[in-house]
Design a protein around this ligand. Sequence first.
Ligand SMILES: O=C(O)CCC(=O)c1ccccc1C(=O)O
Ligand SMILES: [Mg+2]
Length: 325
Amino acid sequence: MPLPPLVELLSSARVVALPLRTRFRGIEVREAMLFEGPAGWTEFSPFVEYDDAEAASWLSAAIDFGWRELPVPLRTRIPVNATIPGVAADEVAGILARYPGCRTAKVKVAGGDVSLTDDVARVAAVREALGPEGRIRVDANGNWNVDEAEHAAHALEPFDLEYIEQPCATVEELVELRRRVRYMSIPVAADESVRRAEDPLAVAEAGAADLLVIKAQPLGGIKTALQIVGRAGLPVVVSSAIDTSVGLSMGAFLAASIPELEYDCGLGTAELLAADVTTEPLSVTDGAIDVRRVVPDAALLDQHAASPERRDWWLARLKAVYAYL
Ligand SMILES: O=C(O)CCC(=O)c1ccccc1C(=O)O
Ligand SMILES: [Mg+2]
C-alpha cells in the first residue's frame, strides 16, 4: 500500500494537549496529533520521550486507521477494565465510580515513590469495592526485579489476582518469575515485552507469559497487531496508551476484530482524561465501550489545541518519523 504523502498528513494535522484527571505514568497532560484521512479520523500519539524509530510504528498505525480499510468487526461493544493509577487507597472508590458496570480493575503498582505496603492497601481497597465477583489485575510496568516481584506476588496473593502485568522488565526475568510463582497459579502478562521489543513474538516464543497485552499504535496498527495475536497463540488483552477517543476507537476496532476475547480490555481510559476531543467520547457504560469511528468536535480541537511551540514540536516529529516509513 502506498503511503499518503507527508503534505496530505500535514494538511489535516491537529495537536491537542488534554489534561488528565490524575497523574499517570508521571504525566499530567496527554499530547496527541490527530489527522483526518479518507477512512476517518486517526491518532498519532507516541509518548514524548520515545525516539523517532520507536514512534514509526505508531505513525504506521495512524496511517493504517485513517487511510485504509478495516478488518470486519466481530462485535459492537468491548468489555473494559477500570484503570486505577498509583493513588492512595482512599481514592480508589471515587475512581471506580467512573467505570459503571466494570467487573474488572487494573491497578498500577510498583510506582517509583510508592511502597509495596501502599500497593497492597490500594489493591485491598479495590477488592473491598468490587467484592468477590471482581477481577483484579495489577500492572508493575517492569519495575520489580525477580525477588521483588516474587515478594509482591506473595503479598498480593490474598486478593486473588487475575494476572500480574509486566512484573519485571526482561523476558529472562519473566521466565524465572513464572517458574517461581507457578505453584500460586497467578498468570503473568507481557506488555512492554510485546510493544517495545525488537520482536513482539519473542516473549511468547520464550514461554515467558501466559497472556499478552496488545496495543494497536505501538504494534503498527490493527492489521499487524492481528497478525501478532494470531501467531502468538496466547490469550490477549487489547489496551490503550491513554489515547484520546480517536485513538481509543482504533483500539476498539482491533478488539472487535479478534476472534477470541476472553479478558476485559484496557480501553476504558477516556475516563482518565479531564477533557476529550469529541462531545461523544468512548465512555464506559455497562462495563463496555462502543466500537465506532470518532469525529472530533471543531470547538474542542480549538479549546484543547497545544501551544504553538508544542504544535511545532509535533510537526517536526511527524516529518522526522515519516522518514522512517
Ligand atoms: O490497560 C489499561 O487499563 C490502561 C492503559 C495503561 O495502563 C497504560 C497506559 C499508558 C501507558 C502504559 C500503560 C500500560 O498498560 O502499561
Ligand atoms: Mg502495562
